[in-house]
Design a binder for this molecule. Sequence first.
Ligand code: CMC
Length: 425
Amino acid sequence: MIVPESITITDNRTGKSIEIPIENGGVSSAEWSKLLPGVWFHDPGLTTTAMTSSSITYLDGDEGILRYRGYPIEQLAEGSTYLEVAYLLLKGELPNQTQYADWVRDVTHHTFIHENVRKRFLEGFHYDAHPMGMLVSAVAALSTFYADAKQIFDPEIREKQIVRLIAKMPTLAAAAHRFSVGMPFVYPDNELSFPANFLSMMWKIAEPHFEADPALVHAIDVLFILHADHEQNCSTTAMRTAGSAHSDPYSSTAAACAALYGPRHGGANEAVVKMLNEIGSIENVEPFIKSVKEGHGQRLQGFGHRVYKNYDPRARIIKKVAYDVFEVTGKNPLLDIALKLEEVALSDDYFISRKLYPNVDFYSGLIYQAMGFPIEMFPVLFAIPRVSGWLAHYVELLDQDSKIVRPRQIFTGQGERKYLPMDQR
Ligand code: CMC
């Protein structure tokens, strides 16, 4: 009898069949291989492959749902802090008061970086180095400062590296920015909260104690929450791939940072700001939308998503944060163009029929720009909180005792041919 929750595959070359159960929405490739050894799924971009099972983040792109460990992103953005969310992602449960106090104390304790990381390493970069390039390298360099990092199966030692990474990301990020604009490094101020300390390290000049506007501190905290995890995206897959080889947490995080550096991943909000600048005024919105629809090689940046076929829930929260930030900084002049673009696109059949809605990047760049962050810092701002998601996946992966990532290929190159010495070619 055929089980209803299953598929049957028949190899028409031999007539042999195999029945594979559908479990948690997936079918096992190991079962498939029993019938078809040497026949591989051809899945470029892994668009239909579940590389792992995970209990960290739930995403339903059709319904526009995002939950961390079961908690809706809207509730976390409303009531939580980034550090609490980092704890939740890593440990699976919200902390109680004592656990939270200990966690904040531990992270705060580790915000400083070794003087050599700054003086000898970061200051060795070319004067106009991109801050994200500096961050990728600095994170990798940390593995050489903490020799115990290689003991990845010792839970206590591993936890120490996790705390260090979460704590040091804002310090490295701000240091990279200060260097790239020729400003002196600002040491962490451990009297401040995690987001307030980051803003202090970014913007402090000569004042003895830098206090950012509370609305901006809150906005950064919410943006950090929204960017903390997004299940199996490109950089998380890079983290899992490096982690599957049992690379240490710093080296694996550097691999993830490198993936995030790419404009298709961490750089889309920069593309949005550039696009809005190019459009230049509200009158140009309709002609711009027309040219996108006619397919002149340009896309409406900040619209559409591989997984969300509905409004990205993070975009809705970010739009609200944008207004809170503009109360303090003054309105970003690009906002009106963005609002008009959204209005025109959401009532246009081209975008409706393709289920193209604003994504997380549509408004985040406007906020960062209004707060004074240069465009080069946008992927860095993404990396600071995403490190907690990456590490949660890293820990999950090691606890799953998973196999090393080693996919197959469909070979399309030359068959065997004879090597000829150069004078005979
Ligand atoms: N503007 C205009 N048309 C679009 C857009 C867009 N932004 N996105 C998709 N389309 C069209 C595309 O031309 C295609 O049309 P047709 O069926 O007529 O050929 C259809 O919609 C499906 O597009 P696709 O390229 O197959 O979709 P995808 O899932 O491969 O691409 C995407 C997803 C995010 C790469 C794409 O929507 C895009 O390029 N968006 C703009 C860049 C952007 O905002 N990226 C940030 C994504 S969120 C980052 C994160 O979560 O980390």
